[in-house]
Design a protein around this ligand. Structure first.
Ligand code: SAH
Ligand code: SF4
Length: 353
């Protein structure tokens, strides 16, 4: 059965008359986290019944949750057809209270969502790649990950969260559905998460980066670079044969981005593979002329993984080199290292059982 969450509000307006019903439905689903049409009290009874016959609300169910010591929470969701995908809730800042116990700063969260079941890209370091590609997620399946997580954690509907499309799958290989998901998620009568708080991460499908740019959604872009020369990048990421580093850099240069924002380059650091200063040097050259920031990620080993985690020292010196040469660089804290850090790893564990 199709989920009503697959529709943008504009589409719902065309579908359901009078059109103000679309706003009411959006309110129930995305702000009140209501899961039954019967509970949508301000809709006429016959409409509620009609909707119930035709549509599902949430297309996914929580199958499993793992909580890490640092507070990040990893969710395994089961879809209607039985496949599973992962999402992660990452607390970025703790709630702060004054002496009287009044909240002065609310907690800040990011939610990492999946865009596909599996992935076609076949990156050698990534566990999601191992199971191959199964199918695209629909826009509603993407948006529902956020609603389920906000609901499960009793996150206030008005509390804005940041969204990163860094879960399972390659978002730009599912461009139309991801674009629609961005629109559903940003809707002011719904989750109301501005595109400037939504970051789409890609392995670098240059042609699709260009197409995403043409939609001019205002989303932020993250590029999974991971290597500075084509030979190594091809080994790590076969997609580099079709879209080499130069084509990715050129696509980034043309991408419309808010003047105050930067493009994020993710660099997965693997011991003795790409953790040397020569690579850092090349990276500085490569990013010349781009408003970029670099995020270094520790490679997270899994059973039978062909690579190793880099040392803290090599991470630090890589970072320092970049910072010294004018490129903002941070090391991604290994949130949830004690659970199943990188995406794909929780699903793997569940299937192994
Ligand atoms: N397909 C897109 C979207 C996210 S992939 C992309 O590649 O950009 C999921 C994220 O997990 C990427 O940032 C990837 O670099 C990271 N990742 C995959 N395997 C990992 C591992 N073993 N250790 C650490 N990070 C990993
Ligand atoms: Fe796909 Fe991203 Fe994993 Fe590569 S790193 S296989 S693009 S999910």
């Amino acid at each position: 059965m199709k989920t009503i969450m697959d529709f943008t509000k504009e589409e719902l307006k065309d579908l359901i008359k009078p059109s103000f019903r679309a706003k009411q439905i959006y309110n129930w689903i995305y702000q009140k986290y209501i899961q039954n049409f019967e509970d949508m009290k301000n809709l006429p009874k016959n409409l509620r019944e009609d909707l119930k016959r035709k549509y599902l609300i949430s297309p996914l169910k929580i199958e499993r949750v793992e909580i890490s010591k640092d507070g990040s929470k990893k969710y395994l969701f089961k879809l209607q057809d039985g496949y599973t995908v992962e999402s992660v809730l990452l607390p970025m800042k703790k709630e702060q209270r004054d002496k009287e116990g009044k909240i002065i700063h609310h907690a800040r969260y990011s939610i990492c969502v999946s865009s596909q079941v599996g992935c076609k890209m076949g990156c050698s370091f990534c566990l999601t790649a191992k199971g191959g590609f199964i199918r695209n997620l629909t826009p509603g399946e993407i948006a529902a990950q956020i609603v389920e997580i906000k609901k499960d954690n009793k996150i206030d509907p008005n509390r804005r969260v940041n969204i990163v499309y860094m879960g399972m799958g390659e978002p730009l290989d599912n461009l139309e559905n991801v674009v629609k998901a961005v629109k559903i998620i940003q809707d002011q009568d719904g989750l109301s998460i501005s595109p400037r708080r939504q970051t789409i991460s890609t392995s670098g499908l240059s042609h699709q980066i260009k197409r995403l740019g043409e939609y001019d959604l205002g989303v932020l872009l993250a590029i999974s670079l991971h290597a500075v020369d084509d030979k190594l990048r091809e080994e790590l990421m076969p997609i580099n044969k079709a879209y080499n580093i130069e084509s990715v850099i050129n696509a980034v240069k043309d991408f419309p981005i808010d003047q105050r924002k930067r493009v994020m380059f993710e660099y997965l650091v693997i011991k003795d593979i790409n953790d040397d200063i020569k690579s850092a040097k090349k990276l500085v050259k490569l990013l010349h002329g781009i408003k970029a920031k670099v995020n270094l990620i520790y490679f997270n080993p899994y059973p039978s993984s062909p690579y190793q985690r880099p040392s803290k020292e090599s991470m630090e010196s890589f970072k320092e080199y970049l910072n010294k040469h004018g490129i903002t660089c941070t090391i991604r804290e290994s949130k949830g290292l004690d659970i199943s850090a990188a995406c794909g790893q929780l699903r793997e564990k569940s299937e192994a059982k």
